[in-house]
Design a protein around this ligand. Structure first.
Ligand code: UDP
Ligand code: MG
Length: 322
């Protein structure tokens, strides 16, 4: 029996949205309006939206709690402080145990909610994971350059394929969500874990919008950290590259040493100059060794974080859950 035949989908699926929010009071009214329109346009689905407030310092939580009181489809989980986008996603996924499918998305309307019904249709047709693939993006300058460079280099470095030009925007069937919830690692790179989990995939192309209002909540510094998390948790290449660099320099050192020993045995006079050569070699090798320690440190720090087994987030309270 083929995979497609074995899949039966409910006629009225329960679809839950997971939306991390951090200081998003400016976009929330528009987001809530557009989500409600999408929900009302597909009455065949049982909709809910779980917002995870990641320690916002503005009126974000207030606005969502008010919406939750008006409309029980909207729910809110509040963190005790800011734990980061990835922790918020993890918490959201842990809170949607009743859903047939879960859509993860950003709050800033860079991921247009109007795409969701199409994702649900693909899910109904049998896909367990539906990816929203960016056909284009609006970011400019350093941020755009960073994104493009990251996606290009990253594809070359990782140990198994992760779809390029995807982010958090996707639909996960409940089996994929269950698999996801089993993963306990702390340094999370969502697109990588999604590829790692597997399952039958479908894709929907879209043009990534500009942020509807406000400034990006994820700082450039955090983006770099996120990129490094992606690299170090999905690639052993940095370690392997060090081994190769070590082998190369050791081989070179051996050859040069042999060359001078033979010259000495043949009675060739050793000149007293060579200061420049020595300084260059010492600094170069010292540099390589320090890079090596740095790379080891990146892995070691992550191992340390994992073995401490601290929970990835602490919840302050919940609104709209029974
Ligand atoms: N976000 C979060 N915690 C943070 C930073 C961001 O929950 O510490 C949320 C934010 O509210 C948004 C999503 O994560 O819904 C993506 O953030 P942003 O738009 O700043 O990231 P970018 O679009 O630059 O990747
Ligand atoms: Mg954004």
């Amino acid at each position: 029996m083929s995979a497609a035949q074995s899949i039966t989908r409910p006629a009225n699926p329960a679809v839950a949205l997971v939306i991390p929010v951090y200081n998003e009071e400016l976009v929330l009214p528009e987001l809530l309006r557009r989500l409600t329109a999408v929900f009302d346009g597909r009455p065949d689905c049982d909709w809910s939206a779980v917002f995870v407030n990641d320690g916002s310092r503005d009126r974000t939580a207030l606005l969502i709690a008010a919406q939750s009181a008006r409309d029980s489809r909207f729910k809110l989980v509040e963190f005790s402080r800011n734990f980061g986008h990835q922790a918020a996603l993890t918490a959201g996924l842990a809170h949607v145990t009743q859903a047939d499918a879960v859509v993860t998305m950003d709050a800033d309307l860079q991921d247009p909610p109007e795409l969701i019904p199409g994702m649900v249709t693909a899910f109904q047709a049998g896909a367990e994971v539906v990816l929203a693939v960016r056909r284009s993006r609006q970011e400019t300058g350093l941020r755009r350059l960073g994104f493009e460079l990251f996606h290009k280099v990253f594809q070359k470095l990782i140990d198994f394929p992760i779809e390029a030009n995807t982010g958090t925007f996707c639909l996960l069937g409940k089996n994929a969500v269950a698999a996801f919830n089993l993963l306990s690692e702390k340094h999370r790179f969502f697109p990588g874990l999604r590829a790692w989990v597997g399952f039958k995939q479908a894709e929907i192309l879209y043009d990534r919008q500009e942020r509807a209002a406000g400034t990006p909540a994820v700082t450039l510094h955090n983006l770099v950290r996120y990129a490094l998390d992606g690299l170090f948790s999905f690639s052993h290449l940095p370690l392997r590259a060090l081994t190769y660099a070590g082998l190369l320099t050791a081989g070179l050192g051996f050859a040069i040493g042999l060359f001078f020993i033979i010259r000495r045995l043949l009675g060739v006079e050793i000149a007293q100059t060579g200061f420049t050569t020595l300084v260059t070699l010492v600094l170069f090798l010292g540099g390589i060794q320090l890079i090596g320690i740095g790379v080891l440190g990146e892995y070691l720090g992550r191992i340390y974080d994992e073995v401490k087994r601290r929970p990835p987030y602490i919840i302050k309270n919940r609104h709209g859950f029974e």
